[in-house]
Design a protein around this ligand. Structure first.
Ligand code: SF4
Length: 343
């Protein structure tokens, strides 16, 4: 089992619930815009958020962001160790660095000293696309694994042991294989993700396979789904991956909706989406069905707490597998929401 690492108020590793992460895409120098996005992500279930700190203006705004954020904020740093130090001093719950690009040993040591002084953990991030040339002769997964462990050893040399490791590749198979190797060769918590996964559908599928297959084998402690899209969708996708393999530990509302067919009598997609939107943030375990017809709808979703099955002019509202009443279709959404509120 991996060791536990504390990221602000969130503990990862050691069998703790898998933490969902995302990343802001607002300019970090704009604290207000970044905080608005962080609040939206937190409301959707994001546990830890990361923001890039590319310059000192961002490092300054980062202080306000950390103070006001409802969830721990991680600073993403490249190249400039002074930015890492500024972010740690300004309240970062963790910093993500590539120890190989901080400009040499004395800079890394300065960052390590600052991490220890502030009791802040670090994520060692290795990206398949930017590996040291000395690993070029190795297969990609082995190369990423060796590189990550070498970076961990550098930090350990300076007394830093609160480490989270991530190896990311846009190749799902390499990412899976490398994380399997790491889980055998170290006990640091693993941050899972497929990098540059792409637009929504492609990114979702690659992440679900890469992250999901590792989690199903008990590997991984925190996850980030990377999408070329609204970060809120990353959080939704991460939550769905966890739910699909029974690793989501918070209460949640599951919407069961039929795929529709020639029997469909109502706009299932629109109704299901509205119910989905309405029930984000409802802190209860519920299953709500939206089914297109009465012929199969009630029977197919009999296990749900509540639901509707479409009819031509009126639809059936059912609870615990039994029809409660029939409702004119134009009042269906309202009636369903009212019943949900009563649960
Ligand atoms: S529930 Fe009815 S409308 Fe929906 S897919 Fe099944 S048969 Fe078709």
């Amino acid at each position: 089992m991996s060791k536990k690492v504390q990221i602000g108020k969130v503990t990862i590793g050691g069998g703790e619930p898998i933490a969902i992460q995302s990343m802001t895409n607002t300019p970090t120098s704009n604290a207000q815009a970044t905080l608005e996005q962080i609040n939206a992500l937190a409301a959707r279930g994001c546990d830890i958020v990361r923001s890039s700190v590319p310059d000192m203006a961002s490092a300054k705004a980062f202080k306000t962001i950390c103070e006001k954020s409802p969830i721990p904020v991680v600073a993403d740093i490249h190249f400039d160790h002074k930015l890492a130090i500024a972010a740690i001093e300004n309240g970062a719950a963790k910093v993500r660095v590539n120890p190989g690009n901080l400009g040499g040993e004395s800079n890394l040591r300065a960052v390590a000293d600052c991490l220890k002084a502030h009791h802040v953990p670090v994520r060692v991030g290795v990206n398949g696309g930017s590996l040291d040339k000395k690993y070029a002769h190795l297969p990609a997964a082995e190369a990423m694994c060796q590189s990550a462990l070498e970076y961990c050893a550098w930090l350990e040399k300076y007394g830093v042991y609160d480490i989270v490791v991530s190896v990311k590749s846009s190749c799902v198979r390499d990412m899976i294989e490398c994380n399997r190797m790491l889980s055998r060769r170290c006990d640091y918590p693993l941050h899972l993700g497929v990098t540059e996964a792409g637009l929504y559908t492609q990114g979702l599928v690659k992440s679900a396979i890469g992250i999901g297959s590792l989690l199903a084998d008990g590997i991984g402690d925190t996850i980030r789904v990377s999408l070329t899209d609204d970060p809120v969708k990353e959080v939704d996708a991460a939550a769905e991956i966890l739910k699909a393999i029974d690793l989501y530990t918070k209460p949640y509302v599951e919407i069961i909706s039929c795929p529709t067919c020639a029997r469909t009598e109502i706009n299932v997609k629109e109704l299901a989406e509205k119910v989905r939107e309405y029930t984000y943030g409802v802190n209860k375990n519920l299953q709500i069905a939206v089914m297109g017809c009465i012929v199969n709808g009630v029977g197919e979703s009999a296990h749900c707490d509540i639901g509707v099955a479409g009819g031509r002019d009126k639809s059936a509202l059912f609870k615990d597998g039994k029809i409660l009443k029939t409702i004119p279709n134009d009042e269906l959404l309202q009636a369903l929401l009212q019943e949900i509120d009563k649960l």
